[in-house]
Structures are given as structure tokens and as C-alpha cells.
Design a binder for this molecule. Structure first.
Ligand code: ADP
Ligand code: ASP
Ligand code: MG
Length: 406
């Protein structure tokens, strides 16, 4: 007998018929004798709909109230599933984030889980109840409702699995596993049998939204095996596991793209000590995350500095840098939102050279210009024009021998 945490994403609970399908799957696991805790997302499109509604009231809705509003999406599906299971004769009960003691910080819209007091969950499991927990939500120490950021139900699931020391956390979604590239972009993408936590952390942070990055962080920290699989088939999916569990180490195991960043350049910046601090401190103070940075030295004691920020923060970052440019005497600030970051990821890169050269040659053959480059031990990222993102993913996928028909 195992303790299984099962999370179902938005498309898996998009309407009553699909929630009924979820109920059948949950019941099947329960009938095998396993204990089941279910984490649900809101119905597909619901969170966007609620955000849209709030934006008809204000461009910048009150963050506390926005979280109260957004949490209703998951409240709805959880109640409906518990209701269906009860109708089917199973002892089921729904719990909202605060009832499951999901304690977070108070960063509305992007709250971090601090701890999960799992005593109520444990009591219900001991009584052989099926507990349905509303994902994506928690509450801060003052009892305010918070949400965990887009895709946050994945994190609810893995964090609850960790708190309960569950045997496995199953993530049911609209694809049947984790692929070498987004299967909706790259038709030749291959399903991976397994992937390491570190590779998945990179894939998630570089654009593969199949798992929220924080969920992978939890899984790695608490060594929770995560099984990503389809809600609509019985097929085995992909296991996200520890690197040293005897898995095959591909040089490149994934290609991702991310269109959520924009680039800002400060032209002809005086090349002096302290200038980078003047440029980056104000954006950091504004809570804006800077990702890639490049600096080019010009003759005559000047440099150009380019960096990327999330698209959502682009306007704010531009305003800040316009002021900085005046203060430090830079010639000009300009920005570009039509960019995409394309990345190749693989733990095998640690012991292989030449990966970067293959990447650059492949992009060059397609006449795709590389605007920025960054690397780490297990990934290489290039910023390219946004319109080439999908093409770049496909040609890199082929170049690294990942195509399903290769
Ligand atoms: P859910 O609503 O179930 O949480 P998401 O839309 O958040 O589902 O995540 C699933 C989607 O992730 C897939 O439909 C797919 O387009 C996308 N995706 C991106 N990269 C990958 C990848 N490497 N493997 C599988 N899916 C991916
Ligand atoms: N409903 C939330 C979202 O759409 C959380 C989730 O689905 O994981 O982002
Ligand atoms: Mg998701």
C-alpha cells in the first residue's frame, strides 16, 4: 500500500465530464488499496478569465483581493470532484489551501510555501478518506489568502507530497510525459523515460511550462519522485528523478524556448568602476529579475551594456534605466520585446565539448542571428528574434539527434 499524490491540471478538469474522468482514476487508485491525496487546478482558462475580470476594474488590481478572486478557480474544481466521489460512494472531502495548512509568505500572486502542517491531511488519510486539496493557493501567517504564481498547482502537489512523505507525486496533464522539446512546437519531439531534477529545473526555468520550476525545486530538495503523465491514457509517462539513479546521460536531452523576456541596451556607457552597480541596483531594488547580461567594450573608454528582463517588467525597467542613463551619462537606452531565448540542456554536457559550436553552426545555417549567449555547466542559451523561436527549436532538435525518427 502506497501513499500517492495525484495532481490534475486545467485541461484535465476543464468540464464536469473531465472531472468525472478524474474521479474514476482516483477511485481506481483508491480501490487498489493506496491512499490518495488529490491536488486540483482550476478549469482550463478559468484563471485567465478571472484575471481579465479584475482588469476590467483596474489596470493594477489590489493584489490581496486578486488572490482571493483567483483562488476561487481551484475552490470550484475541488468541491466538484469531492462531490462526484461522494456520489460514487467514496469517503471524500475537499480542503482549501488554508484548511490544508499551506503556509506561505505574503507575496501575493507569487507566494512561496514556507511550511505545510499536514496534521489534518494525515488524520483524514488515516481514516481512509480521499482528500482533495485546492492547488495554487495557501495563506500567509495572518490568514490572508495567497496564490503561488502561474502553474502553481504543481508546486502545491509536490510540496504536499513532501510534507506527507508520499511514495510518488503524479502530475496528470494534457501531454503524456516530458518530451525533448514542447511536442506542440516540435512534432518530432521524443518522450523521455526519465529526466534528472537538475535537467528539469533548467527546462522549467528556460521555458518548458510542463512543470512549475518551484515544484521541481521541492522535488529535488525532498527527493520526491515525480511522474508526469497523461490524464487521458494509462500509458507510463516520464519520471523526474535523481541524476545518479542509473539513468542514461544524454549530451542534450532537451531544447526549450521562452518568449517571456525582453532586452534592454544602454549605449555608450562610461567604462568606469561602479557603473554596473549603478545600472543594476535600481532594477534589483524594484524587484525586477535580470537574466542575461552582456557588455561590449568600445574604443574610447565606453561600453554598451545589454541585459534581459521579464516582458511583464519591461516598461518599468525602461523607465528606471532612462533615469540611470541620464545620471551616468550614457548616450541612449533602447529596448526590444520581440526576442526569444532558445536553450539546449543536458547533464551529459559536463563531459562533452563542442555542444556550443554545434548550436551556433545550426542557427547560422538557418540564417538565424544570435543576439546574446549564456552558458552554464548543463545548458547553453541564445537570444534570437522572436519569429525564429520555433524554427530554432526544431533545427536544434534535429542537429542534436533528438528527432523521434532519427
Ligand atoms: P496543466 O494545465 O496540466 O498544468 P500545462 O499547460 O501547464 O498543463 O503544461 C503542459 C504543456 O506544457 C503541454 O501542453 C506542452 O505544450 C507544454 N510543454 C512545454 N515544454 C514541454 C516539454 N518539454 N514536454 C512536455 N510538454 C511541454
Ligand atoms: N490555475 C493556475 C494557473 O492557471 C494554477 C495552475 O493551474 O497550476 O496558473
Ligand atoms: Mg501547469
Amino acid at each position: 500500500m502506497a501513499l500517492v499524490v495525484q495532481k490534475f491540471g486545467g485541461t484535465s478538469v476543464a468540464d464536469i465530464e473531465r472531472i468525472r474522468n478524474v474521479a474514476r482514476r482516483v477511485a481506481k487508485t483508491y480501490d487498489k488499496g493506496d491512499d490518495v491525496v488529490v491536488i486540483l487546478s482550476a478549469m482550463a482558462g478559468e484563471t485567465d478569465k478571472l484575471i481579465g475580470m479584475a482588469h476590467t476594474i483596474s489596470e493594477n488590481p489590489n493584489r490581496r483581493e486578486l488572490d482571493v478572486l483567483l483562488a476561487t478557480g481551484e475552490q470550484t474544481t475541488s468541491a466538484l470532484l469531492a462531490m462526484l466521489l461522494t456520489e460514487m460512494g467514496y469517503p471524500a472531502e475537499s480542503l482549501l489551501g488554508h484548511q490544508a495548512d499551506v503556509v506561505t509568505d505574503c507575496d501575493y500572486g507569487n507566494a512561496r510555501i514556507l511550511e505545510i502542517g499536514a496534521s489534518r491531511l494525515r488524520q483524514l488519510i488515516q481514516k481512509r478518506h480521499i482528500v482533495v486539496v485546492a492547488g495554487f493557493q495557501g495563506c500567509d501567517v495572518k490568514g490572508n489568502i495567497t496564490t503561488l504564481g502561474r502553474g502553481g498547482s504543481d508546486t502545491s502537489a509536490v510540496a504536499i507530497a513532501a510534507a506527507l512523505e508520499a511514495d510518488v507525486c503524479e502530475i496528470y496533464t494534457d501531454v503524456d510525459g516530458i518530451y525533448t522539446a514542447d511536442p506542440n512546437v516540435c512534432a518530432k519531439a521524443r518522450k523521455l523515460k526519465e529526466i534528472s531534477y537538475d535537467e528539469m529545473l533548467n527546462m522549467a526555468s528556460l521555458g518548458a511550462k510542463v512543470l512549475q520550476i518551484r515544484s521541481v525545486g521541492f522535488a529535488k530538495k525532498y527527493n520526491i519522485p515525480v511522474h508526469v503523465r497523461s490524464s487521458f491514457s494509462e500509458e507510463e509517462g516520464t519520471m523526474v528523478v535523481n541524476e545518479d539513479s542509473g539513468m542514461e546521460q544524454l549530451v542534450v536531452s532537451g531544447v526549450t524556448h521562452n518568449k517571456d523576456e525582453a532586452r534592454i541596451t544602454l549605449r555608450k556607457v562610461p567604462d568606469q568602476p561602479g557603473i554596473a552597480a549603478k545600472i543594476f541596483s535600481p532594477v534589483a531594488e524594484a524587484g525586477i529579475l535580470v537574466d542575461m547580461i552582456i557588455q561590449n567594450t568600445r574604443p574610447g573608454g565606453e561600453t554598451d551594456l545589454t541585459f534581459t528582463v521579464p516582458k511583464a517588467e519591461f516598461q518599468r525597467a525602461m523607465e528606471i534605466e532612462a533615469q540611470v542613463a541620464t545620471e551616468i551619462g550614457a548616450e541612449k537606452v533602447y529596448g526590444d520585446t520581440e526576442i526569444a531565448k532558445v536553450s539546449v540542456i543536458g547533464v551529459g554536457m559536463k563531459n562533452h565539448s563542442g555542444v556550443a559550436a554545434v548550436m551556433f553552426n545550426t542557427l547560422s545555417r538557418e540564417n538565424i542571428n544570435i543576439m546574446m549567449i549564456s552558458t552554464s555547466e548543463i545548458r547553453i542559451s541564445c537570444v534570437v528574434e522572436e519569429k525564429y523561436a520555433e524554427l530554432a527549436v526544431r533545427v536544434l532538435h534535429t542537429a542534436f539527434g533528438l528527432d523521434s525518427d532519427a
